[in-house]
Design a protein around this ligand. Structure first.
Ligand code: VGL
Ligand code: ZN
Length: 207
């Protein structure tokens, strides 16, 4: 398949904290790096997302007295999973995996930078209303198709893919270029929800 000017690869949160040894390590998270790098060569345009939280972010369990990571809390915008402190702005954990090809990206979009609200999706924060600006960026540049890879399948990748689909972009998730956290069956649920919403689930070798 020749690279097309109307499609873009979105590489979600391939950061040290989501890789083995990191603060919120996704099992085999680093295994996506070579797959994503190979995939990148097939696209004329690429975006990277970067989870980018201020210290003391409200999604961190340490910001809630007596609460532990992976419990949930009720926030003004709904139920929020509480995470270990991760991807703190400027920290080594927030940096991209050292082997990830970064230089060829058209744009790096940061998310989760507002203390009071988390943002799994690259399009809308967790109130599902506050836009990141990515939809406008993609439309302004004439993209109609997004292909997604990265971490974690069942959180930032799934939320981003479902929003992309809702916004009218043809959307593919490259499943073997992603890894999941799988909190209480969230991985299977996310794959089913994406399939039901019309997100194409594919393998890197077929692209
Ligand atoms: C993510 C939990 C918290 C992700 C980010 O990238 O999937 N998950 N922050
Ligand atoms: Zn986060």
């Amino acid at each position: 398949m020749a690279a097309r000017d109307t499609e873009i690869l979105i590489v979600v949160d391939v950061q040290n904290d989501f890789c083995p040894g990191g603060a919120l390590a996704v099992p085999e998270g680093d295994a996506v790096v070579p797959v994503v790098n190979r995939l990148a060569g097939r696209f004329a345009h690429r975006i990277l997302t970067q989870d980018w939280h201020p210290a003391g972010h409200s999604s961190f369990a340490t910001s809630h007295d007596g609460r532990a990571p992976f419990e949930t809390a009720e926030m003004p915008y709904g139920t929020q999973v509480l995470w270990p402190d991760h991807c703190v702005q400027g920290s080594a954990g927030a940096a991209f995996h050292p082997d990830l090809q970064v230089d060829g990206a058209d744009l790096i979009i940061r998310k989760g930078f507002r203390s009071a609200i988390d943002s799994y999706s690259a399009f809308f924060e967790n109130d599902r209303k506050t836009p990141t600006g990515l939809a406008g960026y993609l439309r302004d540049r004439g993209f109609d198709t997004v292909v997604m890879a990265g971490l974690a399948t069942d959180f930032c990748v799934a939320y981003s893919a479902l929003d992309a689909r809702r916004l009218g972009f043809a959307t593919t998730v490259v499943v073997d270029a992603c890894r999941g956290i799988d909190l209480n069956g969230s991985l299977d649920a996310a794959l089913k929800e994406m399939a039901a919403a019309g997100v194409a689930l594919s393998q890197a070798a077929t692209l």
